[in-house]
Ligand binder design. Structure first.
Ligand SMILES: Nc1ncnc2c1ncn2[C@@H]1O[C@H](COP(=O)(O)OP(=O)(O)O)[C@@H](O)[C@H]1O
Ligand SMILES: [Mg+2]
Length: 485
C-alpha cells in the first residue's frame, strides 16, 4: 500500500500550510435519493467507490461546487444547479429541503458552509472559501472521433497552428504511467477557416500522431496529468472513473501518481472509481465506500476496503454455495490458513472460500457485514493482531505476522537450505525490514515467482506440525459456522 499522506496529524492543530483550505467533510441531504450521507475526506487523495447508483457522482459533483474560484482564473465556477438542473425530464433531482453542508479546514481553523435551496435558487455558495477547482467527468475524454469535432469534420481543410509542448514533468509522468517511451508530447492548435481547436499530439519512434489516433486511455492520461501539473498549486481536482480504458498496471501507476502529485503540489484529489487496482494502492484513509442500506433507506459511507471487498464477494459467482467465508488480511495469510486446513481438516478446506480484506483491523467489520448478509463467515487475523474469538475472529498460529512465523520455522529454513535451493533464509532476510517483502526477496534470489515461494513455505510449515497442532484454530472455525447452520 502506498502511504497516501493522511491529514489526521495536521487536523489536530488546524493549520494546513501545505494544502490550503481543504474540504474535509460533506453532508449531503436530499439529492438523487441520497437522503442523508455524511462523508469525510481524511487524506489528500480520496477515492469514492460503491455499486452503481450509490451516489458517487452526486458526492463528487457537490464537492466540485464547494469552492469559490480565485479572481485571476477565468474559468467559471461550478454551481450546484449546474449539476442538478430541474426540468420536465427531471422535476425532482433533489427534495424540497435539500441541503449540503461543507466542512473545510483552513489556515485560520475550521469553517462550515451550508448550501440550501431557498425559493428557486441555492444560497450559501458565495460564503465558500476559495480554491481552484477542476471537475473532469467523462466528456473531456470522449475521443474527438466520437463527437463531431472540428479536427474530424474539418480534416480536409485543417491547418496546424501554434504548438505547445507538454510541461516536461507532466510528459515524464504520462510516459511512466503508460510505460511508453515518448519522444514528444504536447498540444497543437488546429484551425479551419473560421474555427480553432486544440489537439493533443504525441511523438513516438520518429512518428507523430494526434489524439485522434491515440488509444483512449493514452489520451485520458495525457489530459489528466496535464490538468494536475498545470493547475495552480493547492487545487481541488475531481476525476470520474479515471481508470476508464486503462490497462491494470497503468491503473496502479496512475493511483501512485495521484498520491505523489497531491503531496508534491498540495492538491486535493477526489476520484470516483470501480477499480480494485486503484483502491488497492491507496491507504485506508483514502478509500470511502458508499452503500445503499438494505431497507431502501439512504446511503452510508464506510472508510477502508472491507466493505468494498465484502460487497464484491457477495456478488461474485462461484462462491461455494452454503460454504464458509474465511476473512484474512492478505494473500500470505490466505495461503497459510488454507495449508493449515489442508493439513488438519481437508473437508473444511473444500467448503471454504477466502476473502482477503487488506487491513487486519478491518476483519471484524467484514465478518459482521457478511454475517449480516446471512453468510457463514469467520475471521482469522495475523498473529500480531490478536483476537480471542469474539465476533467470530480468532488469530492464526503464532504471535507474529505470518511471514515471520513461517520463514523463521526450522522446517522451512531446512527446506530452503537443502538442494536444489541451498540458501540460508536468515541471511537472505537479514536486511529486509518489512516482512511483506520476505517472500518477494526469497523469490528473487531463487528466480522463482512469489506465489510459488509463499505456497511451498506455507505447505512446509503446516506439514511440519503434529496432528492436532491446529485443533484450536480449525475447531474454532468449525464451531463458529456450525452454530449458524
Ligand atoms: N430524482 C431522483 N430521486 C431519487 N433518486 C434518484 C433521482 N435521480 C437519480 N437518482 C438515483 O441516483 C443514482 C445516480 O446517482 P450517482 O451519484 O450518479 O451514482 P453513481 O455515480 O454512484 O453511479 C441513480 O442510480 C438513481 O438511483
Ligand atoms: Mg457515477
Amino acid at each position: 500500500m502506498t502511504g497516501s499522506g493522511t491529514w489526521a496529524p495536521r487536523f489536530a492543530n488546524a493549520r494546513y500550510p501545505t494544502f490550503g483550505p481543504v474540504l474535509i467533510g460533506i453532508r449531503v441531504q436530499g439529492f438523487r435519493g441520497v437522503s442523508d450521507l455524511n462523508l469525510q475526506f481524511k487524506s489528500p487523495v480520496t477515492a469514492i467507490s460503491g455499486l452503481n447508483g450509490t451516489g458517487k457522482s452526486t458526492v463528487a459533483q457537490l464537492a466540485a461546487a464547494g469552492f469559490r474560484q480565485p479572481p485571476d482564473h477565468d474559468w467559471y465556477r461550478y454551481y450546484v444547479n449546474h449539476f442538478f438542473p430541474v426540468s420536465v425530464a427531471d422535476p425532482e433531482p433533489f427534495t424540497p429541503g435539500a441541503q449540503v453542508q461543507y466542512l473545510y479546514a483552513a489556515d485560520s481553523g475550521f469553517q462550515t458552509v451550508t448550501v440550501s435551496r431557498s425559493a428557486k435558487s441555492w444560497s450559501g455558495q458565495h460564503r465558500q472559501p476559495e480554491r481552484a477547482t477542476y471537475y473532469r467527468g467523462f466528456a473531456q475524454f470522449i475521443p474527438k472521433v466520437e463527437r463531431r469535432d472540428l479536427s474530424i469534420y474539418g480534416a480536409a481543410s485543417l491547418e496546424l497552428g501554434e504548438a505547445n509542448p507538454l510541461d516536461p514533468t507532466a510528459a515524464q509522468h504520462v510516459g511512466r504511467i503508460l510505460a511508453v517511451p515518448y519522444d514528444h508530447l504536447g498540444f497543437t492548435e488546429v484551425l479551419t477557416t473560421n474555427k480553432a481547436a486544440t489537439l493533443a499530439m504525441a511523438g513516438r519512434g520518429g512518428r507523430r500522431y494526434s489524439e485522434n489516433h491515440m488509444g483512449t486511455g493514452e489520451g485520458r492520461v495525457l489530459y489528466m496529468v496535464n490538468t494536475l501539473e498545470t493547475a495552480p498549486p493547492k487545487s481541488l481536482v475531481i476525476f470520474e472513473e479515471p481508470e476508464t480504458s486503462l490497462h491494470g498496471d497503468a491503473q496502479v501507476r496512475l493511483a501512485q501518481y495521484f498520491v505523489e502529485v497531491a503531496l508534491r503540489r498540495g492538491h486535493q484529489i477526489i476520484i470516483t472509481t470501480h477499480s480494485s487496482a486503484i483502491l488497492g494502492q491507496l491507504g485506508r484513509d483514502s478509500v470511502v465506500y458508499l452503500r445503499r442500506t438494505p431497507l431502501g433507506g439512504g446511503v452510508t459511507a464506510t472508510h477502508g476496503l472491507s466493505t468494498y471487498q465484502t460487497d464484491s464477494h457477495l456478488q461474485r459467482e462461484g462462491r461455494t454455495p452454503g460454504g464458509i467465508t474465511v476473512c484474512v488480511e492478505d494473500e500470505f495469510a490466505r495461503c497459510l490458513a488454507s495449508e493449515i486446513f489442508r493439513t488438519a481438516d481437508p473437508d473444511l478446506l473444500s467448503g471454504c472460500s477466502f476473502l482477503t480484506i487488506g487491513g487486519g483491523q478491518e476483519i471484524p467489520a467484514a465478518v459482521k457485514l457478511l454475517r449480516g448478509a446471512k453468510v457463514r463467515a469467520v475471521g482469522l487475523s495475523d498473529g500480531d493482531m490478536p483476537h480471542n474469538g469474539t465476533g467470530g475472529v480468532r488469530t492464526l498460529p503464532g504471535t507474529e505476522p505470518p511471514e515471520k512465523e513461517v520463514f523463521a520455522h526450522p522446517a522451512v529454513k531446512d527446506y530452503f537450505a537443502a538442494a536444489p535451493f541451498e540458501i540460508d533464509l536468515d541471511e537472505v532476510l537479514a536486511g529486509v525490514s518489512d516482512h511483506h517483502d520476505y517472500a518477494r526477496t526469497v523469490a528473487a534470489r531463487l528466480m522463482m515467482d512469489e506465489p510459488t515461494v509463499v505456497g511451498v513455505a506455507c505447505r512446509t510449515y503446516a506439514a511440519a506440525h503434529q496432528a492436532g497442532a491446529f485443533n484450536d484454530v480449525v475447531g474454532f472455525v468449525r464451531s463458529e459456522v456450525g452454530d449458524r447452520r
